[in-house]
Ligand binder design. Sequence first.
Ligand SMILES: NC(=O)c1ccc[n+]([C@@H]2O[C@H](COP(=O)([O-])OP(=O)(O)OC[C@H]3O[C@@H](n4cnc5c(N)ncnc54)[C@H](OP(=O)(O)O)[C@@H]3O)[C@@H](O)[C@H]2O)c1
Length: 288
Amino acid sequence: MPSPEITIIGVGGLGNSMAKALSTAGIPIKSIFNRTAVKAQKLADDLNVEISGCFPSDGSELGNLIFITVSDSAIEPVAGCLAGIADDFSTKTVVHCSGNESANLLKDIKSKGGSIASFHPLQTFTRQSELSDFEDIYFSLQGDKSAFPQLKQIAKKLGANTLKVTEGQKAHLHAAAVMASNYLNTLLDVAVETASVSDLAPDEAKKALMPLVKTTLENIEEQSFGEALSGPIKRGDIQTIRHHLDLLKDQPELLVLYRILGQRTVKLARKSQSIDQSTAQKMVNILE
Ligand SMILES: NC(=O)c1ccc[n+]([C@@H]2O[C@H](COP(=O)([O-])OP(=O)(O)OC[C@H]3O[C@@H](n4cnc5c(N)ncnc54)[C@H](OP(=O)(O)O)[C@@H]3O)[C@@H](O)[C@H]2O)c1
């Protein structure tokens, strides 16, 4: 399959990274646009892209694969304006990269004959991200099947994988991504706060916890969550759990989180058969 010619509309964190990564991977970029045109012009100069500006003026400025990488709330109006600049999109695929929204946000393009899809990278990007940040990541793919071969080809050239999802699966996968990425920050913030209850400096606590976090992630990658588990719940150490609950009794928010996550950890330990049913029940009783 010949490489598609790309247009990028929106050069924030993701659009900027995509443009640089696609260019490094040897995929031709025909044009780059951004509401603040100077940013598009600068990126186009850096990547030797001939056409740039605020918004395409007609269909001749568009490649056959168009990424709308603007903020989620602007995708639908931008797609509406784009549909207005040409009568026929039947040779074009238009894609957005939102995790939360379905491809249907691009329906104005579909009504002009174009293929539409969402192509959401399960990764976090800033304007400083590089091609290597795409390596081994997953893009969820949802929308018109006719768009998938081109998008799979793009993902492959970026060193990434694709996962075809339905609209419902996509929404749940996005909620899962928020938990796995954003809430991990929150969990570690809670852990540092717990360590700091007795006046240990938070930055010292964070430094001390980070090697443990990294090894845990490595173990999780190689084993099931239950097998990779360590600590008092896996050992059936009820006395330690009681001690922790007592330590946190004056910190209601930390205590609630410790209890909820503890109950779920008991389930994991039980699933991997690290503890027997009677120990699991005793632990749940004190954690509830
Ligand atoms: N960054 C990530 O890690 C990441 C990861 C996965 C998916 N995504 C998805 O990628 C898309 C872009 O996100 P981002 O993080 O790159 O956003 P961002 O860094 O906040 O940049 C927003 C971009 O949208 C443009 N924009 C905002 N409002 C607009 C409007 N009303 N009309 C036209 N353009 C408008 C901005 O133009 P100006 O420069 O003029 O402000 C800028 O180019 C979103 O759909 C997001 O869900 C992002």
